[in-house]
Design a protein. Structure first.
Length: 106
């Protein structure tokens, strides 16, 4: 093996490429091809149904988020109106709530 290493590597690569291309390919029957195509079509129809379900899930979560935000805004406004009309101070309003046990406290 006397010669440049790059030249030897190129010759080896060429020999491997030619050997790989000379291998016979598998014979595919018509039934195999039809079966593969039907599986591809079934997969495509499943993906459309899945995409539709994901769209519905996103719509539900967005609606839930908007609803929660509206409930929070209404609750804050209601507390503000009750406090303003009742004449109670913030300290008295906070005293009405008794502290409860935290997680793990009993």
């Amino acid at each position: 093996m006397t010669g440049e290493p790059d030249d030897q590597i190129r010759k080896l690569e060429q020999a491997l490429i030619e050997t790989y291309r000379a291998q016979p390919g598998p014979a595919l029957s018509d039934t195999f091809t039809q079966r593969v195509m039907s599986e591809i079509r079934q997969g495509a129809s499943r993906s459309r149904r899945w995409a539709w379900a994901v769209g519905i899930d996103q719509l539900v979560w967005r609606a839930a988020t908007v609803t929660a935000a509206l409930v929070l805004i209404v609750a804050v406004c209601t507390v503000g109106v009750v406090r303003a009309t009742g004449g109670a101070s913030a300290g008295l309003f906070a005293e009405e709530f008794e502290p409860g046990p935290l997680l793990g406290d009993e």
